[in-house]
Write a protein that binds this ligand. Structure first.
Ligand code: NAG
Ligand code: NAG
Length: 173
């Protein structure tokens, strides 16, 4: 009789200890979860334009009389992790580019990204727009400016803008 009471007490004590253990673990884990912050985390899309500057304004920081450059390469690089993220895209016939960054890059790390116009592309050969312009940090790397939230294939993105970038025409005024 006496031993079974002690046995029951022992089980009760063990049960109590494990409950306390679970409880403490839950409490210590709770500050790590930030549901509100997680909800605002979105993916990164980047857009912009690339132009060939007018001969008239070669070397001057303006896009007056500039023309859209098709096939120019724009590079995005981010130090969001140790290995980072890099990607490239090309402008369309309107000089416009749009890219969706890999999913491992979220809006939390957008400030670690820079974008450049790296190559003027084949269209530049006919107009000799070959030298990258520093306009809007086109050679040193432009920071991403958030413009709006968009959904693509039911995924939340923030669309960032860079540039407009330009290449200098090789001509004498
Ligand atoms: C990433 O970090 C490296 C090393 O510090 C630096 O050279 C590079 O410019 C950085 N890239 C960006 C996009 O900030
Ligand atoms: C351009 O670079 C300068 C110097 O690093 C920086 O202060 C400025 O914010 C940059 N602007 C953009 C749009 O990247």
């Amino acid at each position: 009789m006496g031993t079974s009471v002690i046995k029951a007490l022992k089980y009760l004590l063990l049960f109590n200890i494990s409950l306390t253990f679970i409880y403490t673990n839950e409490v210590s884990a709770s500050p790590v979860t930030l549901p509100a912050a997680k909800m605002s985390r979105r993916l990164v899309a980047v857009q912009g334009m690339v132009y060939c500057k007018s001969c008239k304004y070669s070397g001057i920081n303006t896009l007056l009389e500039a023309s859209p450059l098709q096939g120019a390469t724009v590079k995005l690089a981010c130090n969001n992790t140790k290995r980072g993220v890099t990607m490239e895209t090309k402008t369309d016939k309107n000089g416009y580019f749009f890219m969706l960054a890999p999913n491992k890059l979220t809006t939390y790390a957008f400030h670690t990204c820079r974008a450049w116009a790296t190559n003027p592309g084949p269209a530049a050969a006919t107009v000799t727009c070959t030298v990258p312009s520093q306009l809007n940090n086109g050679t040193t790397g432009a920071m991403l400016k958030p413009s709006k939230s968009i959904n693509i294939a039911e995924r939340g993105y923030v669309l960032f803008s860079v540039g407009p970038f330009a290449f200098e025409p090789a001509c004498t005024r």
